[in-house]
Design a protein around this ligand. Structure first.
Ligand SMILES: Nc1nc2c(ncn2[C@@H]2O[C@H](COP(=O)(O)OP(=O)(O)O)[C@@H](O)[C@H]2O)c(=O)[nH]1
Ligand SMILES: [Mg+2]
Length: 208
């Protein structure tokens, strides 16, 4: 199964991949030269790649996207090969919520695969509650919204929980569309019924 981890710079994507991967992670970090350098020295420019195996049979390939929208051609490439994705949102950075929303919209316009919102930095001072964040992300209706979970990218156990939730959604979605063959996740990217919850309007049309 191929899983994409998206989110704003500093939300925890590279840490997520590094913590869980059982192979040496392929990282494409370079010195940040724009406003991201105020947040951290290094930023991902292509993707982070890691791998995790459940039991002996299910291999999850994990691709962390670059956070900055100017690399969104990579988002496009990665998401089209994915079975599901997780958008990390730093719970203590309300200024990033709008951007997270735009990332979700970008992805949802391209694929109809399961998504989970992973709230990171929930242990940090000033962290907003899940209910507040979902409202700020535009999901007012509790019954009609994507899955949301806390995740600490520095903790393996926490990552395994969200990986399992993500796989469960893929299996559920595949099962509701047609009879899945044992061990099969269906085609990445296009598959299946589109997410039904409301999505924010379009973004990054040009030069964001
Ligand atoms: N305390 C805390 N720190 C976190 C959490 N998630 C990520 N971090 C830290 O946030 C920093 C930025 O993470 P990084 O993986 O580089 O973010 P990326 O830009 O999304 O790849 C790192 O120092 C992480 O250890 C979290 O849930 N709690
Ligand atoms: Mg990174």
């Amino acid at each position: 199964m191929r899983l994409v981890i998206a989110g704003a710079p500093g939300s925890g994507k590279s840490t997520f991949v590094r913590t869980i991967s059982e192979i040496e992670v392929i990282e494409t970090e370079r010195s940040a030269t724009d406003q991201t350098s105020l947040l951290k020295k290094q930023t991902t420019v292509a993707f982070d790649y890691g791998r995790f195996t459940f039991g002996s049979s299910l291999e999850v390939q994990i691709y962390g996207t670059p956070g900055q929208a100017r690399f969104n051609f990579m988002w496009d490439y990665l998401i089209k090969g994915a079975h599901s994705y997780i958008v990390l949102v730093a719970a203590h950075r309300p200024n990033d919520f709008h951007y997270a929303r735009q990332i979700m919209s970008y992805m949802n316009q391209r694929v109809g695969i399961p998504m989970i919102i992973g709230l990171t930095h929930t242990d940090c001072p000033g962290a907003f509650s899940p209910v507040e964040i979902m409202a700020k992300l535009g999901y007012m209706n509790q019954k009609n919204r994507p899955s949301v979970m806390n995740v600490n990218p520095n903790e393996r156990g926490s990552i395994i929980e969200i990986l399992m939730a993500s796989m469960a959604l893929v299996v559920e979605r595949t099962g509701s569309d047609r009879s899945p063959k044992r061990g099969e996740f269906g085609q990445p990217g296009q598959s299946m019924s589109r997410n039904t919850y409301p999505q924010p309007k379009s973004l990054f049309s040009r030069g964001y």
